[in-house]
Design a protein around this ligand. Structure first.
Ligand SMILES: Nc1ncnc2c1ncn2[C@@H]1O[C@H](COP(=O)(O)OP(=O)(O)OP(=O)(O)O)[C@@H](O)[C@H]1O
Length: 338
């Protein structure tokens, strides 16, 4: 059985429907009206030991709700889950001891005590054996560059320092699974790099299974072989990063610089399905086209029929645009290759 397995997992919330303003609030008190919102439609998920999975989708897609169900915080409305062979909601304590979690803006460190003391408290809570604790602490301090702030309280840390300390705290007990929610948000490039290297090393050396939600394409490219895209509570893609490119990122763009304006070409291209023409100025324009319908040479020769081409450059299918489209909530499923 997979280390994380869900079958028909679903979650609905009852949400109050209120009209705006005080009048609306009062009306709701007298005649409450609620709707049931399905945050996660029945979904199936299997994640194997040692996988690193990016779980992405636009705001409100159901990412946090799924992770909260997998980590035992939320009770599912239906379906079944098994994480490390147990039901995380029914065996919350047992589950908590076998997972690590970093939830973006929240910290599990004690605000007013030195980081090293927080770690020591976690050692007692998780009953981490001395040698494991000492070894992890030493390694994590080194890998995450924590020496300069380990004796400061969490209150005094910068965001990047706190994120590193939180990551270390989540992994001190060698959990087989770690859930990371936006682990590099708002951090500078060098701290991002440290965090990614750290996650890679833990994953590689200990076969830690990593499930990551992130808006950062670099995180996905650097860490995750598998990408799961959720939208409106449904998984719309589950596969490799390279495959998502060929399935969704069908568009290619060629930027042209031409010797003289080409009004007839503009009119012609604007009428052609699968081609999007954008004029920068009289002699510079771009042509975006569906690479399954046209080749680059089709496009270039069409342009050349209308006059002199001084220069052109092509931009290939861009995974960044795909991820952005997912987060903007306008990924066009009809773009999928057949
Ligand atoms: N406690 C709750 N009560 C009512 N509705 C909720 C609750 N938690 C989440 N929802 C709703 O469930 C849907 C999914 O929310 P969820 O937080 O899982 O999305 P998300 O993909 O994590 O979004 P984001 O990227 O904004 O964090 C949303 O419509 C949200 O409003």
């Amino acid at each position: 059985m997979s280390i994380i397995e869900a079958r028909g997992l679903t979650k609905s919330f009852v949400q109050a429907v209120k009209e705006p303003g005080l009048k609306g609030a009062l009306k709701h008190l007298v005649t409450p009206r609620n709707i049931t919102k399905v945050a996660v439609h029945p979904l199936d998920l299997s994640i194997e030991t040692g996988e690193t999975v990016a779980y992405v989708g636009p705001n409100g897609a159901g990412k946090s709700t799924t992770i909260k169900m997998l980590s035992g915080i939320l009770k599912p409305s239906g379906g079944s889950i098994s994480v490390n062979g147990i039901n995380p909601y029914k065996k919350r304590m047992e589950n908590a001891a076998r997972i690590g979690a970093v939830f973006g803006q929240r910290t599990q460190l004690w605000w007013d005590i030195p980081i090293v003391e927080s770690f020591s408290l976690l050692k007692d809570i998780y009953q981490i054996p001395d040698p494991v604790y000492r070894n992890n602490l030493e390694q994590f301090i080194e890998l995450l560059g924590m020496n300069e702030f380990i004796h400061l309280s969490a209150r005094k840390l910068s965001l990047g320092q706190r994120m590193r300390a939180d990551l270390a705290a989540a992994l001190l007990h060698n959990p087989p699974i770690v859930y990371l929610d936006e682990p590099t948000i708002g951090l500078d490039v060098s701290v991002k790099q440290k965090i990614r290297e750290f996650i890679k090393k833990i994953n590689h050396e200990q076969q830690t299974t990593v499930m990551l939600t992130t808006h950062d394409l670099g995180d996905i490219e650097d860490l995750c072989r598998r990408l799961i895209i959720i939208d409106h509570g449904r998984i719309i893609y589950d596969g490799s990063l390279s495959e998502v490119k060929s399935r969704f990122a069908r568009s290619r763009i060629i930027f042209f610089q031409v010797g003289s304006p080409m009004p007839e070409l503009f009119a012609e291209l604007n009428r052609t399905p699968g081609i999007r023409f954008t004029l920068q100025n009289d002699q510079e324009f771009s042509v975006a086209f569906d690479r399954y319908e046209y080749t680059a040479s089709d496009v270039v020769s069409r342009v050349m029929r209308h006059g002199e081409v001084i220069d052109f450059r092509m931009e290939d299918a861009n995974i960044e645009q795909v991820i952005k489209a997912v987060y903007d909530g306008n990924l066009d499923l009809n773009q999928q290759a057949q």
